[in-house]
Design a binder for this molecule. Structure first.
Ligand SMILES: C[S@@+](CC[C@H](N)C(=O)[O-])C[C@H]1O[C@@H](n2cnc3c(N)ncnc32)[C@H](O)[C@@H]1O
Length: 252
């Protein structure tokens, strides 16, 4: 893990946290990716133990506790986000059902037990070190435990609406960590582009079987944003999925 890049992301998230309050949380898996009633990406909840990676304001934790989870652990890098998550889950923290850790996802998480399920919603892709984070997640999960997570679809940022049509603005093969100034703050953020194959192969190398990949198209119940000039729009998401979801099982 490169600490200066992670520290910059931490400073930015500490500043912008309140703007993202409850924005990407269960039962949503991300942009245009509301979980449909008859699907169950998160799996069994009642009586199960969970770990959330990059929990943000903690609304998914609350969703799981309300549905009968026995324990939810969560990590987030940002002090501001952890403070919001603590407020959102005040009661459950008091009763010991929720424990939150303010730390990067790449460093060992001091869990007192292995969990049934690890999940992350638009969180995992923030990592600056894919190998370290996957090794870390693997060590927190029971054998045959579930790891389910979502991120922006790797093709989506490469497509832009220009001169009345959608076109590729850069190559899908163009991977790596990039500094984006003026994202949230003038300092901005470090964010990586990674291909689907990079994620898939890394997951396999770190002991996970990928059992399902979901690439949802917008559907009726989705909040409609029709303006194609907007970064997230229904016309664009009808061409390229905005979100990708990986369902995995720990096999090693
Ligand atoms: C889009 S938000 C996730 C939102 C979350 N699903 C929610 O319900 O609020 C991304 C989160 O990743 C966190 N983050 C970024 N880099 C991280 C890292 N290296 N380790 C842990 N958390 C990180 C940020 O602080 C931020 O809260």
């Amino acid at each position: 893990m490169n600490n200066s890049q992670t520290n910059l992301n931490k400073r930015t998230w500490d500043t912008v946290a309140s703007k993202y309050f409850g924005r990407t949380a269960l039962p949503e898996w991300g942009v245009f990716a509301v979980e449909r009633e008859n699907s169950s990406l998160i799996g069994e909840i009642k009586g199960r133990t969970f770990l959330e990676i990059a929990c943000g304001s903690g609304h998914s934790i609350d969703y799981l506790i309300q549905k009968g989870a026995s324990k939810v652990y969560a990590v987030d890098l940002s002090h501001s986000q952890i403070e919001l998550a603590k407020k959102t889950n005040h009661e459950a923290i008091q009763t010991g059902k929720v424990v939150v850790f303010e730390q990067p996802m790449e460093t060992p998480i001091p869990l007192p037990e292995l969990v049934d399920t690890v999940y992350s919603i638009y969180g995992l892709g923030w990592t600056t070190d894919i190998d370290q984070v996957l090794e870390n997640i693997n060590s927190c999960l029971k054998m045959n435990g579930k790891f389910v997570w979502s991120w922006e679809h790797p093709i989506y940022p490469h497509v832009e609406y220009k001169n009345g049509q959608f076109s590729f603005i850069e190559s899908y093969h163009d991977e790596g960590l990039k500094r984006e100034e003026n994202w949230g703050t003038t300092e901005g953020r470090y964010i990586a582009t990674r291909k689907i194959s990079t994620w898939y192969n890394s997951l396999r190398q770190h002991g996970f079987d990928v059992t399902n990949i979901v690439e949802p198209a917008p559907y009726e119940a989705t909040v409609q944003e029709q303006d194609p000039e907007k970064y997230y729009s229904v016309p664009k998401a009808n061409l390229v999925p905005a979100t990708i979801i990986f369902e995995c099982v720990k096999i090693k």
